[in-house]
Design a protein around this ligand. Structure first.
Ligand SMILES: Nc1nc2c(ncn2[C@@H]2O[C@H](COP(=O)(O)OP(=O)(O)OP(=O)(O)O)[C@@H](O)[C@H]2O)c(=O)[nH]1
Ligand SMILES: [Mg+2]
Length: 284
């Protein structure tokens, strides 16, 4: 392409939407739902994957890549290698960060970043540390609707409010597990509850189901049929509103299109900041 603009080298942080929160909240499935395909590794257990950066590619095929531990040079991976790049049985992952260049990525002007959830085994924070390379980032805090409004959820949101005022949104995922009354109650009262808990102004808040959305986009009618129609409608509307919020973010950050490649992405200060966060190191 003729418009390669390594924005980072010009000192402008790459715009990104950083998905974080507790493990198993559905961060990776949420990104798969946005991509309309199963690209990222999903697991019922703590997935133990390194952070994954997802960007738009103009080519026909999905390209997977990794930054080997302690190195800066990016390497291309097969899909199988990509999906098995995680910590298994105490053996650390060989990569510090992974990336996916996907033609299906709906956003051209920013990167989606999937972060490993706060781990029960490692002392890894659920909250990214602020860093200049994240100055153009929107933070998507992924919680589950079942745990609304648990004290833990509220304190996470309060922490995001302090670190990233006006730059984060909250998702309450897995609404397909809940009945319509409960979804409506959380959807309609969520922001009020946050404000009553001193989180004011409350961040944008979306009740949705990543699983139902992926089923909607991949034509998995069997799963959709298992869920009551009124729950489905609420979940679909919640996801549509979430997608619009991401498009609004894109409209704000879109200045020049970046032509991403593995090197540009995995050597960017954005990747560096995300890796440092994952290692729990201080970044400045
Ligand atoms: N029913 C239902 N299950 C979901 C939904 N979203 C995620 N899941 C399931 O929850 C489990 C965890 O999903 P992941 O996307 O791997 O969660 P994660 O937040 O990326 O987890 P870590 O990478 O370990 O931090 C998987 O078994 C998913 O299928 C949802 O909306 N509804
Ligand atoms: Mg995950």
């Amino acid at each position: 392409m003729n418009n390669i603009i390594p924005q980072d080298s010009q000192g402008t942080p790459l715009p990104a939407a950083v998905f974080s929160g507790d493990f198993n909240a559905g961060k990776s499935l949420l990104i798969n739902a946005l991509l309309h395909q199963n690209s990222l590794f999903i697991s019922r257990e703590e997935s133990m994957t390194p952070p994954v950066l997802v960007a738009k590619s103009d080519g026909g095929d999905v390209i997977y890549g990794a930054r080997p531990r302690g190195e800066r040079e990016a390497v291309a991976l097969s899909r199988e290698q990509f999906l098995s790049s995680r910590k298994v049985g105490g053996v650390p992952c060989e990569s510090d960060a992974l990336c996916v260049l996907a033609p299906e990525m709906p956003f051209r002007h920013f990167v989606l970043v999937d972060t490993p959830g706060a781990s029960s085994q490692e002392n890894r924070p659920a909250i990214p540390a602020a860093a200049p390379a994240l100055d153009n980032a929107l933070f998507v805090l992924v919680t589950t609707l079942e745990y609304w409004p648990a004290r833990h959820t509220m304190s996470l949101i309060r922490e995001y409010q302090m670190r990233f005022p006006g730059r984060f949104i909250v998702v309450a995922n897995m609404a397909d597990h809940i009945n319509t009354n409960e979804i409506r109650r959380v959807r309609d009262k969520g922001r009020q509850r946050m404000e009553r808990n001193g989180i004011a102004p409350a961040p944008p808040f979306f009740t949705l189901s990543a699983r139902l959305e992926l089923a909607r986009r991949t034509g998995d009618d069997e799963y959709r049929r298992r869920i009551k129609a009124d729950v489905r409608e609420l979940c679909d509307a919640g996801f549509d509103a979430f997608r619009v919020a991401l498009y609004e973010f894109e409209a704000k950050v879109a200045s020049r299109a970046v032509d991403y490649d593995l090197e540009t992405l995995l050597n960017s200060p954005l990747a560096e900041a995300v890796i440092m966060n994952q290692k729990g190191q201080k970044i400045c």
